[in-house]
Design a protein around this ligand. Structure first.
Ligand SMILES: Cc1cc2nc3c(=O)[nH]c(=O)nc-3n(C[C@H](O)[C@H](O)[C@H](O)COP(=O)(O)O)c2cc1C
Length: 447
């Protein structure tokens, strides 16, 4: 297993203040506090687990990640933050600190945002375990990370904008990224209570730093390299609207959240399994979850239309018969496409993982890859997975805010899902599964 933490060694490391204020309570007093707050609620370590049989302890973070392998790195540039030098930084989650890789006025063409993140993926960190499928998980994780940043920023009172259309090699060069790190998404933070001053007018001074070696040996995955190279090419073409439809079940008004963002973001966990007994969730709770997942727009240069459609395997939702439903977000309606108990099917399709059958509701996210490719060329493949990850992050937090639990599921039998749901290639392909219910206690979890 490669080292789960990337460090750029030999550079100045700046402290981010511990225990930053709860988002939304009062504006951050200075730049370091603002950065600390943003990262504490989107990317920091938030708990640990201990394996009882071996005593092995490992860290868990605010943002989830397939297999807890965390291929995503957070780089950021700052311009004109108070009490914080302008420059280029890499977030060090293991110590909640920022590695200062350069000083000076960096800005990306067309952007004047005071903080700009570049999210990168280290595919090897996933590939050693998940092989070729790892590329998808890297993309999902970027979607989760981006949405984690967006939700933390919104709780603080700021807006974010994500850019997926850029020249990968130029960004990799401008940020002097280690060759194993691939830039995937640029996220600007702006329009809010960010403590700012005039940007520094100084020449750029590089420290760079030496990226740590993540493992002694590395196995090549040529198909991952090939798909990454193919999706470097982007072109904007025809953005077609998502198909619209309707269902016979109109969702009721959403149930209110019972837990605040600050609490939910820091305590969110993936359920190990769900209590498969009698306890059900309510239809207003489901309405709140589906609303959170789809209502607010994603603000990104590739988000002119949605590419994901949600299919639900309903097991235990009061007032909704067990079955498979398709969700039409524009009308807030569910369309029943299969009747009957779906617990065995949902678990079976999710690579035999019981949690998809023990949940109250499980999901297949169907991504319209063809339409995405018509709109964005092969790069559309990335965007569909980013959208799925971002929806996943919203599902996690909405479930927790309602007193439920959730788990993202990247492992499923693709072709069997298509057959079971009767999804034709023109409609899309399954890109992500999800489950929501009442979690069983996890004995490994340490506060
Ligand atoms: C893209 C993605 C795929 C995942 N796939 C699975 C899965 O198939 N089965 C599972 O039990 N957990 C899955 N998880 C949950 C991770 O194992 C979990 O996020 C990780 O262990 C970290 O724990 P945390 O979410 O509590 O921080 C997935 C998470 C993500 C983000």
């Amino acid at each position: 297993m490669p080292d789960p933490f990337r460090h750029y060694e030999g550079v100045p490391v700046l402290d981010l203040p511990a225990d930053p204020p709860v988002p939304g309570a009062s504006p951050a007093a200075d730049g370091p506090t603002f950065l600390s707050q943003l990262l504490f609620y989107s990317a920091a370590i938030s708990a640990s687990k201990r394996v009882p049989s071996t005593g092995f302890q490992y860290a868990l973070r605010v943002n989830p990640s397939s297999g807890n392998l965390h291929p995503t790195e957070f780089h950021f540039l700052t311009r004109g933050l108070t009490e914080w030098p302008d420059g280029l930084y890499h977030y060090r989650p293991s110590a909640h600190m920022a590695e200062q890789r350069a000083l000076g006025d960096f800005h990306l063409a067309g952007s004047s945002a005071p903080i700009v993140f570049v999210l990168t993926s280290i595919a090897w960190r996933e590939a050693w375990k998940y092989r070729d499928r790892a590329y998808r998980y890297c993309l999902h994780d970027i979607g989760h990370a981006r949405q984690a940043l967006a939700l933390a920023a919104r709780a603080i009172g700021c807006e974010t904008f994500a850019a997926g259309q850029f020249q990968d090699d130029e960004i990799a060069q401008a940020f002097r990224l280690s060759e194993d790190e691939w830039p995937m998404l640029i996220v600007e933070i702006g329009d809010g209570p960010i403590p700012v001053r005039e940007p520094d007018a100084r020449e750029i001074a590089w420290f760079g730093g030496h990226p740590n070696r993540l493992s002694e040996e590395k196995i090549a995955y040529p198909r991952i390299d090939a798909i990454h190279a193919a999706t470097k090419v982007s072109h904007l073409a025809v953005v077609e609207p998502a198909p619209s439809g309707s269902g016979e079940i109109k969702l009721p008004p959403p149930a209110p959240y019972i837990r605040a963002f600050s609490e939910v973001a820091r305590t969110r966990r993936s359920a190990l399994d769900f209590q498969g007994g009698m306890q059900s969730m309510s239809l207003p709770q489901l309405s709140a979850i589906l609303g959170a997942a789809t209502q607010q727009p994603f603000s990104a240069d590739f988000a002119g239309t949605r590419f994901i459609q949600l299919y639900l395997y309903v097991h235990r939702v009061d007032g909704l018969e067990p079955g498979v439903y398709r969700f039409w977000p524009e009308r807030g309606e569910l369309e029943k496409i299969k009747s009957g108990d779906q617990r065995v099917a949902a678990a079976g399709l999710s690579l035999g993982q019981d949690l998809a059958g023990n949940a109250c509701v499980a999901f297949s996210m169907i991504g319209d890859l063809e339409r995405a490719a018509r709109a964005h060329g092969d790069r559309g493949y990335r965007y569909v997975h980013f959208e799925a990850g971002a929806i996943g992050q919203r599902l996690y937090l909405a479930a927790e805010a309602l007193g439920l639990g959730a788990t993202g599921i990247g492992a499923f039998y693709d072709q069997e899902v298509h057959r079971y749901l009767n999804v034709q290639p023109a409609q899309g392909q399954v890109v992500y599964h999800f489950a929501i219910g009442y979690p069983v206690p996890d004995p490994r979890l340490q506060a």
